[in-house]
Ligand binder design. Sequence first.
Ligand SMILES: Cc1cc2nc3c(=O)[nH]c(=O)nc-3n(C[C@H](O)[C@H](O)[C@H](O)COP(=O)(O)OP(=O)(O)OC[C@H]3O[C@@H](n4cnc5c(N)ncnc54)[C@H](O)[C@@H]3O)c2cc1C
Length: 434
Amino acid sequence: MNIPRVSYPRIVIIGGGFAGISLARRLSKKEAQVVLLDKHNYHTFQPLLYQVSTGGLEPDSIAYPLRKILKNFPNIFFRMANVKEIDAENKIVKSDIGDLKFDYLVIATGSETNYFGNQSIEKHSMAMKSIPQSLNLRSLILENFEDALLTSDLDERNALMNFVIVGAGPTGVELAGALAEIKKGILPKDYPDLDTRLAQINLVQSGDRVLKEMSEKASKKAEDFLEELGVNIWKDLRVTGYDGKTVTTNTDVTFETATVVWAAGVKGATIKGLDAQDYITRGNRVVVNEFNQVKGFDSIFAVGDIACMQTEDFPQGYPMMAQPAIQQGKQLGDNLVRLIDCKPMKPFKYNDKGSMATVGRNKAVVDLESFKFQGVFAWFVWMFVHLFFLIGFRNRAIVFINWVYNYIRFDREARLIIRPYKKHHIVKSEVKKS
Ligand SMILES: Cc1cc2nc3c(=O)[nH]c(=O)nc-3n(C[C@H](O)[C@H](O)[C@H](O)COP(=O)(O)OP(=O)(O)OC[C@H]3O[C@@H](n4cnc5c(N)ncnc54)[C@H](O)[C@@H]3O)c2cc1C
């Protein structure tokens, strides 16, 4: 990888997400050589991916070049590399651009979509974990409407305009709300010759409430907001399959649809070498102790979504969210410096700052420890927090301007099919272009 060997210990970080970046920044200008590896050359702000999928934001405004984040830190090297394997015994990471020896290794690879082994859903549904996937979804949504205009088969048209979102966590709720706003505010103007009232947005949830990780008050209010926007909420319904045309469930309910978005779960993005049952637990996450050390190793650590630190308050590990990832990254940075200085490390303690989700314009829910609120104020808080955590002044400025513009104009201008998405299944191939 052409990284010079120096006298300082080498810390290799796999993953430039929230955890990896916080950690690398904490190690800047310290007596350690830091090598950050990521398969992309940019950091993705995942909480706003749904806005890219629905044309509210351009992808560039939620991504940031990793090299720019690290540019002022001479002790930090970046290599764009997909890490394939970890040889823990010999302290080597193996990637598509070569091997690298480490003194300390930090796995910060985040998570990937969990289809729970259902191959039909994996093959035919859309995921929203990365910018390319969000762009695919954006293209597909828009292509569906273009095709709905062309077909004279009513069933086909209904399927093209029927959206099924599986999973009513923040991602599912936010996407459903955004699609409902498009149906209401944009489709009638863009497609005056299409009966856009036919468009249906279905949000399917296996549990008995949406946003189940939040308070009951937040769930109830989010459901009210979604219903106001015309989203069909299906509770206690489990999706069992999707063949590209029909969604089946554990009941008699089925959906004929050209678009299923799978937002029903994530699992740790493990790497060969440390993916054996000895190291991982529920959700494919790597088991770590209170110092983020991987079980059985002194010099291998994991932080963020991939790490499962089981505590009394969080027996299944901390939530797979940005805050635990950022806080663990920072704390591990301090701990690695202590370790190099032969000082004892400090245990990690999560500071839960609360959670929030938005359903649409003026509609959000916020749960803080001592205060829960919903509506317009919550929506402003949601926007402020997301702007604050976005990386880069330019991105913040662009997102802010976009939001103000969209608010005033009731618009989402990035509805562009720049890279058409080719679906390999039945519905679209059957569309008769007439
Ligand atoms: C659609 C969506 C909405 C979300 N909304 C919210 C929200 O509102 N609030 C909230 O707190 N959280 C939200 N989250 C969750 C939050 O984004 C994650 O918890 C957070 O990104 C975890 O940070 P991380 O650093 O562990 O992993 P990530 O941010 O996922 O970063 C992992 C990095 O590792 C890299 N990588 C992975 N494998 C390899 C490999 N083999 N080789 C090289 N590089 C690799 C990836 O390219 C990536 O850059 C959302 C997630 C999604 C997908």
